[in-house]
Ligand binder design. Structure first.
Ligand SMILES: C[S@@+](CC[C@H](N)C(=O)[O-])C[C@H]1O[C@@H](n2cnc3c(N)ncnc32)[C@H](O)[C@@H]1O
Length: 222
């Protein structure tokens, strides 16, 4: 069976189907977390200077309401150049900076330099990364290091433990974890909380269906 690295599957063909399959079908019927809930979280937390890590098709940064209409700094980070190109085109009106990088490594200088970000999102990234959760926490740490003190790091991740998956969800979880597209079969809310608490203050975690929506504030790690 072909094994994928966490970002490898997102070819142009997959990206063409992503919004319909993941945001339309899977979110509602497998993960039981309507995409609207994720968009609401963006609308609550996104700031004028925003760092988007793991960009996919750029759906949320395209649809969300930035505080003043358009961000003053929008940086897209992804290991997959197809995702950066796709999302970059979609939000071209915001003149984004696209940076190819691994979220598990310290952010490149062009991300770290300049005005620190008001917010960073890791939406549907952590469940793609190989486990266990303490290893994934590096992505939270590196994103948080680019956010101003008191800024927000937020996102959502599909859990594998401590939630009730339906038959459709169990089937997708099995297939995606076997193939390396997901690495979340052992992820639970308590490990997520520990991973976030190492790098953020005032953490909130809300479980909707099998998805944990999280947010926390930086204490000045930069
Ligand atoms: C499931 S998609 C989520 C896309 C988008 N954030 C959303 O919520 O619709 C995961 C994204 O993370 C990227 N990704 C996966 N592993 C990564 C890594 N180690 N470093 C950077 N990006 C990664 C993938 O290329 C893909 O764009």
């Amino acid at each position: 069976m072909k094994q994928w690295r966490s970002d490898e599957i997102y070819s142009s063909a997959i990206l063409r189907a992503y919004d319909l399959w993941v945001l339309g079908v899977s979110n509602r019927w497998a993960w039981r977390c309507p995409t609207r809930r994720l968009l609401d979280a963006y609308n609550r937390h996104v700031g004028d200077r925003h760092l988007e890590v793991g960009v996919g098709t750029g759906y949320f940064i395209d649809r969300c309401a930035f505080p003043h209409g358009s961000p003053t700094r929008l940086t897209l980070v992804d290991r997959n150049p197809s995702c950066l190109a796709w999302a970059g085109r979609r939000v071209g009106r915001h003149a984004p900076q696209a940076v190819p990088a691994d979220a598990l490594q310290p952010m490149p200088d062009e991300v770290r330099q300049g005005e620190p970000f008001d917010s960073a999102a890791l939406n549907y990234l952590l469940h793609c990364l190989p486990g266990p959760m303490p290893a994934k926490a590096a992505a939270v740490r590196h994103a948080a290091a680019c956010v101003k003190p008191g800024g927000v790091v937020f996102g959502a991740t599909i859990l594998g433990q401590g939630v009730r998956h339906n038959a459709f969800g169990r089937r997708l979880m099995r297939t995606y974890n076997r193939r390396g597209v997901f690495g979340n079969e052992h992820d639970d809310a308590s490990d997520l909380e520990t991973a976030l608490a190492d790098h953020l203050d005032g953490i909130t975690i809300e479980i909707v269906g099998v998805v944990a929506l999280f947010a926390g504030r930086t204490a000045g790690l930069a």
